[in-house]
Design a protein around this ligand. Structure first.
Ligand SMILES: [Zn+2]
Length: 58
C-alpha cells in the first residue's frame, strides 16, 4: 500500500499499486482533481490538476 497527501485538503490518499507520473485521480475527501506530479521511489507527490474543460484537446 502506498499513500500520499492531498495538496488541497491534506487528507491521505491510498494507492494499492504505485501510480505512474501524470496520472489523474480524484481526492476522495475534497473531490478535487489531482495529478501525480512525480513518483520517487515509494514517495508519491501529488499536485492539483490543471483545470481541463470537457474536451481534452484531441
Ligand atoms: Zn483533498
Amino acid at each position: 500500500m502506498f499513500n500520499a497527501n492531498c495538496p488541497i485538503c491534506g487528507s491521505q490518499i491510498n494507492f494499492s499499486t504505485l501510480p505512474e507520473e501524470n496520472e489523474l485521480l480524484n481526492c476522495g475527501n475534497c473531490n478535487n482533481r489531482l495529478v501525480t506530479k512525480s513518483v520517487i521511489g515509494n514517495e508519491i507527490i501529488l499536485a492539483e490538476a490543471p483545470n481541463i474543460e470537457e474536451d481534452w484537446g484531441e
